[in-house]
Design a protein around this ligand. Structure first.
Ligand SMILES: *[C@@H]1O[C@H](CO)[C@@H](O)[C@H](O)[C@H]1NC(C)=O
Ligand SMILES: *[C@@H]1O[C@H](CO)[C@@H](O)[C@H](O)[C@H]1NC(C)=O
Length: 210
C-alpha cells in the first residue's frame, strides 16, 4: 500500500542521502581534484647562508638563508580551490628530536589573483596588506631573504645537515584542507664555526651581543 506519508518520507530520505553524498563528494573533491605534488616543476636552491649565530638570550643557534625558488602553481588550481598557502621549511635531526621542522618563508596564492596583471596584483596586495610574490601563479624568486630565521631550541646548528622542502597547504572553497610536499628537496651542511652577517642589511643588535 502506498500512502502519501510514506512516499514523502521515501523522497525525503532519498534526497537526504543525495545531499549527504554531495557533501562527501565536495569534502573529498579537493583530494580527488588536486594532482600529486610531483606535477609541479620546482627549482629550489638555498643559495647562501648569510649568518650563523649563537643567540644566547633565546638559548639557541640561529641561521639566516637566502634562496632561489621557481615554480608555476597553476596546475594545482581547480574549481574548488580557494587558495594555496606555500611555505618553505627546513628540516634537520638532533639528538633530542628525530625531526625538527622550521618554517623559513611563506606566502599565499589566491585563485582570484591568478589572472591579475602586475598592477592589479599590486593593488590587491595593498588591500590584503601582504606582498604578492607571484605573477599569474608563477613564483620566480631570486636571492630572496627568508622571512624567518632558522632558530634551534639548542646549540645544534653547526655542522648540521639541513634539508629544505617546498610545502603547500591546499585550501578548498568547501571541503578539507591538506598539505603537500614537493618530492624534490635540497640540503646544505652548515659550517663548523659561527659566521658573522655577510651582508650589511643582515646585521642586527642581537648579533653584536653575541
Ligand atoms: C583566467 O583566465 C583564463 C583565460 O581567460 C580562464 O580560462 C580562467 O578561468 C581564468 N581563471 C580565473 C581563476 O579566473
Ligand atoms: C643531508 O641530508 C639529506 C637528507 O636526509 C641526505 O640526502 C644527504 O645525503 C645528507 N648530506 C650529507 C652530506 O650528509
Amino acid at each position: 500500500m502506498f500512502s502519501w506519508k510514506s512516499r514523502a518520507s521515501t523522497i525525503g530520505s532519498y534526497s537526504t542521502s543525495v545531499l549527504g553524498g554531495l557533501v562527501i563528494v565536495l569534502a573529498l573533491s579537493s583530494y580527488i581534484l588536486t594532482p600529486p605534488s610531483s606535477i609541479l616543476d620546482v627549482t629550489l636552491t638555498a643559495n647562501s647562508l648569510v649568518k650563523l649565530h649563537q643567540y644566547r638570550r633565546v638559548g639557541g643557534d640561529g641561521a639566516l638563508f637566502y634562496f632561489d625558488l621557481k615554480t608555476d602553481l597553476k596546475p594545482l588550481f581547480h574549481w574548488n580551490l580557494k587558495m594555496v598557502y606555500v611555505y618553505l621549511s627546513a628540516e634537520y635531526k638532533t639528538q633530542r628530536n628525530e625531526i625538527n621542522q622550521v618554517v623559513l618563508w611563506d606566502t599565499i596564492v589566491e585563485r582570484e589573483e591568478l589572472n591579475h596583471t602586475r598592477k592589479e596584483a599590486k593593488k590587491h596586495g595593498q588591500l590584503r596588506r601582504r606582498p604578492i610574490y607571484h605573477t599569474k601563479g608563477v613564483l620566480d624568486l631570486e636571492d630572496l631573504k627568508c622571512k624567518y630565521i632558522l632558530l634551534d631550541d639548542g646549540f645544534n646548528l653547526r655542522n648540521q645537515n639541513v634539508t629544505f622542502k617546498l610545502n603547500w597547504n591546499i585550501v578548498p572553497n568547501a571541503g578539507l584542507m591538506f598539505d603537500q610536499i614537493h618530492p624534490k628537496t635540497t640540503s646544505m651542511v652548515l659550517p663548523s664555526t659561527y659566521i658573522k652577517a655577510r651582508r650589511d642589511q643582515d646585521y642586527s643588535a642581537e648579533d653584536e651581543i653575541n
